[in-house]
Design a protein. Structure first.
Lengths: 667, 196
């Protein structure tokens, strides 16, 4: 593997290749790649390892995990993964269920996708917000995401729409790359997004800019919604969100009057204290303006490009013993995440897992099997996470490099990168619904794909329900399409999925009423407010004025740059050279008043901890707001600032946007 | 034949894909960027405008870097491109001062941060001055410069300005392409359109 070049004829990327992809040779042949299994020698975290064979390492993992299951029940073993693109998510969940633990978790989940998936499911019975039909839209509302830095192929479509005259509205506390290109930029106070959306709805409903015919035919609960948003006048929305009133009114009019309009969202919707309300109210915005399931609006992904696999059935939830299933951590407090409701595959709640390790209540978690994730940096309140991992009786981590989490492990298993494995990618998010083949092009040391590792471990654990080899697995999931992996691979490896418009308008939406439920019967049934409401962030100048005296700035975490993916890739030469340090977005006059110059080292503090980074003064942020990036290790880890004790009602999200902090120059 | 590049500032989102593709293709060392993007900010919050301006060697027709070079290391090659012969460069840096566009950098083989490996090829140019050469090797092989090929937005267009029917020729004439610092009198071959 020497170089990766863009392919303009590719139906998904159209040649928009992310620099992370371009730099993949530096990842593949990185001298620090893990190439053999390692077993800890000496105290945890000291860094003394001995190389082992796969057999020895997997025997040890299998023996440990099964002994804890025998002694304390399978629920005493947590299986956790990071984010993923590809088809191994299903295999991971199947592995956890087959082992018998209800406690599988992911660093995303409540922080990414689970809330907005649930909110969209109860509202329009599908996930239309995930699929803005950019190529046919006349107005795009980008809510809290920055596609040029996070998703080049999608960003290319967005910029092409703009070039042919589509209007662009961007909601973001920071004037991001995409906000710099917008017709309207709305610098919302972090965490107050719901109030902004309710303000939009107020303008749209009181000025009768909504689509009356669409609402009458396809929505229910409009009158109750209209009543609810009355109080959110643009003036009130402006006071709460710090966006000026005129901008709110003009943006709401632009979005509602231009047709078709669509909305582009990402995990920012999930990272606030009220994530379900936020995804609900944004879904409602698309609905009342008549932009759901129409060309150029937000549409439902076609299924042709997805494997005809029922993910829930595939993960074999019935293999979890009934008495263990009852014990999923977090289920009592966060049923929307952890119980088997519509919308998500139920998972355990990370902060509840951490508490269980530390307190032994309601029962002790004794071991973890972590794959493709880095909880030491990914989860809120890193100090507590470290304490918990340190307390575990056994930890197995699978990764490409010796991550901060792998450093804490008893066994480290070397994973293959995307270039070192055959596979199928059929995530609607990653490939716009197109099914793609991934071909193995290289081998590094003894590294194995995650799926191969699970297949081997399943054999040692005698789990059944697994395959003899990875290629058997690929053929198994392709079977319903009557094609083998070899045949698929020998062609162009693509199965395209054309978008179908208006099917739900015709057949009915997949909600209890068959309509778009502005007033949600499911939320009501589950005991939650059926109408969207605004909740002030748990820490803010208004909800905690006392705290705000010592921590005067409102902070947003998690800002992404194109060079990195979550906690990874800081060790890739070309990427690190272009993004050498973590940057603090801070208003120019604020920086000046604090004696901070561009490039100065600065310390950001919250009641939970501090992080050190480099100042980037800009006029593209409110004087009382600062933005910090996510994913850097050690003293630049933003999760040293975050809290995991206050979680979103019902779904357990730890708020990462809209906290209080203070800033000073590093001595 | 006169190679030229047109950059559409309206389509440039400042994503740095070109910067990274350039560093990969030319195997440059720590801190060396033959192509880069500067961010220009105007106004005060919330009425702020932000533009991204990609910079590279402008391939000037009156290249002051060539005239100040005491050893002949900077020269114009057979493709008409301003080039550096590293074997002749003594690292005097006159050209760095002469260039109106800060397109040149001296390679001091800086260390990467802890945990980041070195790029050997970048270090091999220690002690000389480096810059973009419109990817002359790729041009010779019939490919486009790597920043043009890798731009997700096709914001860079490359071609022969002498050919009135080429896309660059039409864009410079039709879309009002401008060059940077015309007062410097160097007559650059990089044009910008979509300037707001």
């Amino acid at each position: 593997m020497k170089e990766i070049t863009p392919d303009r004829s590719d139906p998904v990327s159209q040649g928009a290749v992310c620099p992370k992809g371009l730099a993949s040779a530096q990842l593949l042949y990185h001298p620090d790649r893990l190439t053999v299994p390692l077993i800890r020698e000496g105290p945890r975290g000291e860094g003394k390892w001995r190389e082992s064979t796969w057999d020895e390492a997997l025997d040890l993992v299998a023996e440990k995990l099964s002994s804890f299951a025998r002694e304390s029940g399978p629920e005493s073993v947590v299986m956790a993964r990071g984010t993923n693109r590809g088809s191994w998510i299903r295999v991971f969940n199947r592995f956890a269920s087959s082992f018998g633990t209800p406690n599988w978790a992911e660093s995303g989940g409540a922080q990414c996708y689970a809330p907005r998936s649930l909110a969209q499911t109860v509202t329009f019975g599908g996930r239309a917000l995930e699929w803005p039909d950019l190529s046919n839209s006349e107005c795009v509302l980008v809510w809290g995401t920055n596609p040029p830095a996070t998703w080049p192929p999608k960003s290319r479509k967005l910029m092409a729409a703009r070039k042919r005259g589509a209007r662009l509205i961007v909601v973001d506390p920071v004037q991001s790359l995409i906000a710099s290109k917008a017709d309207a930029w709305l610098p919302v106070r972090p965490g107050s997004d719901v109030a902004l959306a309710l303000g939009f709805l107020n303008v749209i409903i009181t000025e009768r800019l909504y689509d009356e015919e669409y609402v009458r035919k396809y929505c229910i609960g409009f009158d109750k919604l209209a009543q609810k948003v009355l109080e959110f006048t643009p003036k009130k929305a402006s006071e709460i969100t710090w966006v000026n009133e005129k901008s709110i009114v003009e943006a709401a009019r632009l979005f509602a009057k231009t047709k078709p309009s669509c909305i582009e969202v990402a995990c920012t919707l999930d990272e606030v204290i009220d994530p379900i309300q936020l995804s609900r109210v944004v879904s409602i915005l698309a609905s009342v303006t008549g932009n759901v399931d129409v060309r150029g609006g937000n549409v439902f992904p076609g299924s042709a490009g997805q494997l005809p696999v029922d993910s829930r059935a595939f993960s074999l939830p019935d293999k979890i013993p009934a008495e263990s299933k009852e014990k999923r951590l977090g289920a009592e407090l966060y049923p929307l995440l952890s119980k088997n409701l519509k919308g998500n595959e139920p998972m355990a709640h990370w902060p509840s897992i951490i508490d269980s390790v530390l307190t032994g209540k309601p029962y002790p978690v004794r071991a973890m099997f972590i794959m493709g994730g880095n909880p030491m940096l990914s989860l809120a309140n890193s100090g507590k996470v470290r304490e918990a991992l340190d307390k575990l009786e056994f930890l197995s981590v699978t990764d490409l490099f010796m991550s901060k989490t792998a450093e804490m492990a008893d066994v480290v298993l070397p994973a293959a990168s995307w270039l070192e494995q055959d596979g199928i990618v059929d995530s609607t998010q990653a490939t716009f619904g197109t099914l793609r083949v991934r071909r193995k092009v290289a081998t590094v040391g003894e590294a194995l794909s995650d799926i191969e590792i699970m297949i081997r471990l399943a054999r040692k654990l005698r789990l059944g329900n697994f395959w003899d080899s990875e290629s058997d697995y690929l053929n198994y999931i392709l079977k319903p399409l009557n094609i083998t992996f070899e045949v698929l691979k020998s062609g162009n490896g693509i199965i395209e999925a054309p978008v179908v418009y208006g099917r739900r308008l015709e057949e009915g939406f997949r909600t209890p009423s068959g309509k778009i439920e502005l007033y949600s019967s499911l939320l009501e049934e589950w005991g939650y407010d059926p109408l969207p409401f605004y909740e002030e962030p748990h820490q803010s100048p208004y909800s905690t004025p006392e705290l705000a005296r010592s921590y005067p700035f409102v902070m947003t975490t998690g800002r992404r740059v194109i060079e990195y993916f979550h906690t990874g890739l800081r060790n890739i030469p070309v990427l690190r050279d272009v993004a050498p340090v973590p940057l603090l977005d801070i208003n120019r006059s604020t920086a000046e008043s604090l004696g901070i110059d561009e490039g100065d080292r600065v310390i950001v503090e919250t009641p939970y901890g501090s992080m050190t980074l480099t100042a980037k003064p800009t006029e593209g942020i409110h004087p009382k707001v600062v933005g910090v990036p996510h994913g850097w290790p050690d003293d630049a880890n933003d999760n040293q600032l975050t809290d995991n004790t206050t979680c979103a009602v019902g779904i357990g999200t730890t708020p990462l946007r809209g906290m209080l902090c203070r800033v000073r120059r590093a001595p | 034949m006169k190679y030229a590049m047109v950059i559409d500032l309206d389509q440039c989102v400042g994503c740095e894909t070109c910067t990274i593709a350039c560093k990969l293709d030319n195997e440059t060392g720590v801190g060396i960027k033959w192509g880069r993007i500067i961010e220009a900010e105007e106004g005060t919050f919330p009425d702020v405008r932000r533009a991204f301006v990609p910079l590279l060697c402008m391939q000037c027709e009156d290249a002051q870097c060539i005239s100040v070079c005491p050893t002949g290391a900077s020269y114009r090659n057979s493709q008409g491109l301003v080039q550096i012969d590293y074997s002749k460069c003594v690292g005097c840096k006159y050209c760095i001062i002469a260039c109106p566009f800060m397109a040149r950098q001296f390679n001091d083989a800086r260390d990467p941060p802890l945990g980041v490996p070195r790029v050997a090829a970048g270090d091999s140019r220690k002690g000389v001055v480096e810059k973009c050469d419109f990817c002359s090797d790729r041009l010779a092989a019939g490919r486009e410069p790597v920043c043009v090929e890798s731009c997700p937005y096709e914001a860079r267009i490359f071609g022969d300005l002498d050919d009135a029917n080429s896309r660059v020729g039409k864009l410079v004439a039709g879309a009002g392409g401008v060059t940077l610092k015309p007062d410097a009198g160097s007559r650059p071959s990089v044009y910008y359109i979509g300037v707001r």
